[in-house]
Design a protein around this ligand. Structure first.
Ligand code: HEC
Ligand code: HEC
Ligand code: HEC
Ligand code: HEC
Ligand code: HEC
Ligand code: HEC
Ligand code: HEC
Length: 260
């Protein structure tokens, strides 16, 4: 019998509030709409998990999710089980049936029931195929360690861009003529979860570029200078990259103006 219940089965009755410490002494009430459930299991607290998973428990203290507090539960009692579900059955059976616990690597729903805004984005017309199972939250987020914005198991110094590089080498490689925007990170232009724009772009038109590239207007509105070059006619021809101009937005091997 499968003891794992889909979190959805428990409905609104599971609505509860957690306090989330912001780090500067204040706490924010955050509704946990559907905490993961496991039929017949109850919460045991992080200390019990530590008995068998010491290494994870040690690093977890500095994770964003370790700051959960469920009202009524002692501090540090709700962290592990807020993602993995109540652990009493798993802790009792230990080695025998380790599967009586959720693993969000295989079930992104356990994350998405709390992060519904991410769920919405992953269902937009253009999205990273997480719900389709082609990549996981943990490809970009370390759930246990100090920095949730680096890939799980990735190098300690990995930056945001480096979490994209293993799968998108062509865009993340070194170019002879770099586009300095890349130093700000891929997320300057792409939403990592999903977007209504194609290619996960945060904006689908010239405004994507104009937020960093100052325009100088003089006289007639069509006389617009960008980088000392008249652009008035050009920006009416389409977006900066689809109009056949700066097609190499990530960088170029041959052209400092990123045209080819
Ligand atoms: C009595 C020892 C014991 C206790 C207590 C225990 N575990 Fe485990 N757990 C294991 C063993 C053994 C495995 C299987 C080997 C492994 O993956 O490390 C496992 C596996 C897991 C897995 C991976 C399951 C999978 O299917 O991928 C998760 C997640 C997990 N434990 C979470 C927890 C959490 C959360 C707690 C506290 C509520 C906890 N464990 C308490 C022994 C224990
Ligand atoms: C933010 C959600 C989240 C929290 C909180 C969390 N985990 Fe996990 N846990 C995950 C995810 C996601 C994976 C899958 C990681 C992977 O495959 O790289 C995982 C995997 C595991 C595993 C399987 C072995 C492994 O390393 O893949 C164990 C054991 C485990 N967690 C124990 C714990 C314990 C103990 C705590 C509390 C100290 C905890 N987790 C807190 C999300 C969480
Ligand atoms: C029980 C509810 C809950 C679950 C389950 C959960 N989270 Fe969170 N998570 C929160 C809350 C609350 C915050 C802090 C407030 C916020 O930024 O929304 C947070 C913060 C985050 C942040 C941002 C941290 C920051 O510093 O801004 C990331 C990334 C994140 N979670 C990813 C995940 C991933 C990946 C999983 C599954 C492996 C997961 N969460 C599971 C409730 C949850
Ligand atoms: C392709 C990599 C990638 C995947 C896959 C991914 N994320 Fe993210 N996520 C990011 C990046 C990068 C940011 C930081 C966004 C920023 O700085 O603008 C982020 C930010 C977040 C935040 C903070 C709030 C926000 O919107 O910025 C949450 C919460 C979050 N992710 C949850 C998740 C969950 C849950 C999953 C899996 C269902 C997931 N992410 C899958 C890359 C990813
Ligand atoms: C684990 C692998 C993986 C990681 C890490 C990853 N991606 Fe992706 N990415 C994919 C897959 C798979 C697709 C879907 C490809 C398709 O549909 O053809 C995709 C699609 C995209 C697309 C749309 C491509 C198109 O032609 O429509 C963009 C843009 C993108 N990713 C940017 C990023 C950024 C930015 C990051 C880092 C925050 C990132 N990716 C991290 C695997 C990954
Ligand atoms: C200055 C804005 C900007 C930055 C920064 C940026 N991109 Fe893009 N990216 C774009 C635009 C615009 C397109 C659409 C190009 C097109 O349709 O011809 C695109 C397209 C893509 C595609 C689809 C394939 C392609 O080349 O058309 C992938 C994958 C991608 N970007 C990944 C990344 C990754 C990974 C990073 C960080 C290393 C990154 N991008 C940083 C603007 C940017
Ligand atoms: C996050 C800020 C940022 C964004 C967004 C951005 N750029 Fe840039 N871009 C820069 C910086 C900084 C430079 C280097 C300084 C300069 O030339 O203005 C640069 C340089 C360039 C150059 C070379 C200019 C020269 O004369 O050598 C071109 C061409 C360019 N960007 C096109 C684009 C296009 C097209 C987009 C939209 C897809 C875009 N940029 C979006 C920051 C940005």
């Amino acid at each position: 019998m499968n003891k794992l219940l889909k979190p959805m089965d428990c409905g609104v009755l599971c609505m509860l509030l957690v306090s989330f410490w912001t780090g500067c002494g204040t706490s924010v009430q955050q509704p946990v709409v559907r905490p993961p459930q496991i039929q017949g299991a109850s919460h045991v607290g992080d200390q019990v998990c530590a008995d068998c998973h010491q290494a994870i428990t040690d690093v977890f203290a500095s994770s964003a999710h370790a700051r959960f507090k469920v009202p009524g539960a002692p501090a540090g009692q709700a962290g592990c089980e807020s993602c993995h579900g109540p652990g009493s059955l798993h802790a009792q059976s230990g080695m025998a049936t380790p599967a009586v616990i959720h693993n969000p690597r295989r079930e992104p729903g356990t994350c998405l029931d709390c992060h519904q805004e991410i769920h919405t984005k992953l269902r937009l017309p253009n999205h990273h195929p997480v719900l389709e199972g082609l990549l996981q939250c943990v490809d970009c987020h370390d759930p246990h360690g100090r920095d949730i914005f680096r890939p799980a198991g990735g190098p300690f110094y990995a930056s945001l861009n480096e979490s994209c590089a293993p799968c998108h080498q062509e865009q993340a490689r070194r170019f002879v003529f770099e586009h300095e925007a890349m130093r700000e990170g891929c997320t300057e232009c792409h939403d990592p979860h999903g977007s209504i724009q194609s290619k996960l772009l945060v904006q689908g038109d010239a405004n994507l570029c104009l937020k960093c590239h100052a325009q100088v207007q003089f006289g007639n509105p069509s006389d617009m200078l960008i980088g000392k070059v008249p652009h008035g006619q050009k920006v009416q021809a389409g977006s900066c990259w689809t109009a056949g101009c700066h097609t190499q937005v990530h960088g170029s091997m041959v052209d400092p103006k990123l045209r080819f």
